[in-house]
Design a protein around this ligand. Sequence first.
Ligand SMILES: Cc1ncc(COP(=O)(O)O)c(C=O)c1O
Length: 383
Amino acid sequence: MERAPDKRIPLCKPFLPKRSLAYLADTLESGAMGGDGPHGAWCEDFIRERIGAAMALLTNSASSALDIACALAGLAPGDEVVMSSFTFASTASAVVKTGATPVFVDIDPATLDLDVDACEAAITERTRAIIAVHYAGQSRDIEALAALADARSIRLIEDAAQAFDSRKSGRALGTFGALAAFSFQQSKNLAVGEGGALIVNDARLVERARHLRDKGTDRHEMQVGAKPFYSWVEIGAGCQMPEPLAALLRGQLEQADFITAQRGRLWRRYHRNLRAMKIPLSLRQTKIEEESGSNYHLFHVICDDASTRAPLMNYLSERGISSAFHFIPLHSSPAGARYGRTVGALPVTDSVSAGLLRLPLFVGLTEGDVDHICETIGDFFAT
Ligand SMILES: Cc1ncc(COP(=O)(O)O)c(C=O)c1O
């Protein structure tokens, strides 16, 4: 069945509850547009309590939160950080900004998590941290990675950009490492355009985290009445989330259970439909999704034969269905080759990156849309 062009199905679409728009209108009316306003404070308290962290600080992106996390972890030139190559550029960029070197290792084919054995084998006397990336908003191996980091006395940082509201063994992703980053960028489950949060689980880092986020100043101390004025105390950057975006985020956080439930319903429908079809696509990660408290950030398939991905994407696109792939592995990207080090070959990363395809998933997509997308995929393989 062909769809009219105006019915094109996007890959993702932010969910904007009425309350978000009301909070935004209040904020614009009040003229208080900077960071650290009442909606921002509400969001930080809500996130901290919901996940059980020492502190949540809203930022203008997960990228900024990762920059601050790497600085707080004390990374310096000569240090190494073991991480996945199957991630967004910001994960490695944050490391390189400190002068440290990202060391890329392979991922587990079933979970797309950092391969724990490969991670352990890559640790040297220079290793100062491990960064775990919770691809698609989930992790099977975060406890093993936390135990490894602990045993070697190195920091664990969680790139939880995709993982707000996900859990492992009942504990929120973002609370296993000393530091973590969430994203509220356009394509995420909670989306305000550009935005994020730095999560601090090590209480000793709380005060410095604020300074680094607040342009290197101790302005917060002045705001809470602990000092008569503020001054420059650190090398920082302007990483706060403006209040209008915090207003949008507040409305979404109030609906967090609804958002996760809706995404889960659609996710399970995709899974059930595609599992019943005899087509050469792998549905990986699905076991962890079913076992853990996933936020259902992505629904993706992996083409058994990578050469079918581009024609499948074209076929879907011609029929009004958006799809996307990622990531171009960092170890084979220009900056990755310049600034990083790769341990051996990364065959799983290369093959997943070549075959993975994301399908539309957002609140507002209907079960009928999901059926239509799955049928169209079936038609592609039948022709
Ligand atoms: C794994 C991962 N890390 C970091 C980021 C960067 O997030 P932001 O766009 O909020 O800076 C993203 C964004 O998509 C991501 O997927």
